[in-house]
Ligand binder design. Structure first.
Ligand SMILES: NC(=O)c1ccc[n+]([C@@H]2O[C@H](COP(=O)([O-])OP(=O)(O)OC[C@H]3O[C@@H](n4cnc5c(N)ncnc54)[C@H](OP(=O)(O)O)[C@@H]3O)[C@@H](O)[C@H]2O)c1
Length: 293
């Protein structure tokens, strides 16, 4: 099997580039090798590689910046994805693509199901939803994996920011009325690898069915709860300057992009189809932080 991984230097892409290695011939590309801004270059790249599977970890992920860079967000998250889906269909490749809880508005009281109606609150969410729609309209065989609050020992993320601030500041105020599941990029990559193996068998047996799946850690917390856990684990590892962590409401921390209050996604469909049990967010966090220590 020939797997084409796009976005090998992102949080999820970096983990995929390692986790997918034993599954076949892996061709991993970064932005220099394939820039999604140049959509005209995408068909030739895919046609020349002729992969059996494309795993797309590329995304424009600057949620606040997207409010003033709508075209850039849509070019990467929707238009380029549409071209990739169409080319994947032409070469008979399965497309695995990641999406986000930000396709929902967060007004539901319980975790979102895959079939719940999306209603993004921000440009990033709109662009990711347009990417999902383009894949589904293309006729390609696909899996869309929606995840949430990604952290990793590399890249830009809440964990890395909190660790830096906890060593610089004495007090911090963190939003406590947005609820979600922090999800380790490595768990996303490992889960994807298990999925790849199963769908390879399903495709060979002609039983494969495309679909959207929610892929997040088990459990939930607020950004404040996430920060508390990071500080708790970090303070056992090193000296911190941070003395107080105050919970605040979203309205006290205005950002250009509006965010959903409820980012919880139900993962029962993923467990039922692939037999995978998602680990608790705090267990993953401790493992990731052991690596950072
Ligand atoms: N981060 C989150 O909290 C979060 C939450 C929910 C869903 N997701 C979804 O999960 C997936 C993986 O996200 P992530 O956290 O791994 O994102 P990330 O760390 O921001 O990585 C995104 C990757 O996309 C690449 N990229 C951006 N624009 C590009 C372009 N024009 N051409 C080619 N490559 C480009 C980046 O390249 P450079 O390294 O060169 O910048 C980077 O390698 C995405 O689909 C994202 O929407 C993420």
């Amino acid at each position: 099997m020939k797997i084409l991984l796009l976005g090998k230097n992102g949080q999820v892409g970096w983990e995929l580039a390692r986790t997918l290695l034993p599954l076949g011939e892996l061709i991993s590309l970064d932005r220099q090798q394939l820039d999604f801004s140049n959509t005209a270059a995408l068909p030739e790249a895919i046609a020349s590689i002729r992969p059996n599977m494309i795993i797309n970890a590329v995304a424009y992920t600057a949620v606040d910046k997207a409010e003033s860079e709508r075209d850039k967000a849509f070019l990467c998250n929707a238009h380029a994805v549409e071209v990739i889906a169409q080319e994947a269909k032409k070469v008979g490749a399965l497309l695995i693509h990641y999406s986000t809880d930000y396709v929902f508005d967060g007004t539901k009281d319980t975790p979102y199901l895959e079939e719940d109606t999306p209603h993004p609150l921000n440009v990033y969410g709109e662009s990711k939803l347009a990417g999902e729609a383009a894949i589904m309209a293309s006729g390609v065989e696909y899996l869309i994996l929606r995840t949430t609050w990604v952290f990793a020992s590399r890249g830009q993320n809440f964990l890395k920011t909190m660790l830096r601030l906890a060593a610089e500041r004495e007090s911090l105020s963190i939003v406590s009325d947005q609820i979600g599941a922090p999800t380790w990029a490595r768990v996303i990559a490992q889960t994807t690898a298990h999925i790849v193996q199963q769908v390879q068998r399903e495709r060979a047996e002609k039983t494969f069915e495309s679909g959207i799946f929610h892929l997040t850690s088990a459990g939930d917390t607020s950004w404040h709860g996430f920060a508390q856990k990071i500080v708790e684990v970090a303070s056992a590892q090193r000296a911190l300057t941070l003395r107080s962590l105050t919970p605040i409401r979203t309205s006290q921390y205005p950002t250009p992009a509006q965010r959903p209050h409820n980012s919880r996604l139900c993962t029962n469909k993923l467990t039922a189809r692939f037999g995978l049990v998602m680990p608790a967010w705090d267990v993953s966090l401790e493992l990731c932080m052991e690596e950072l220590c």
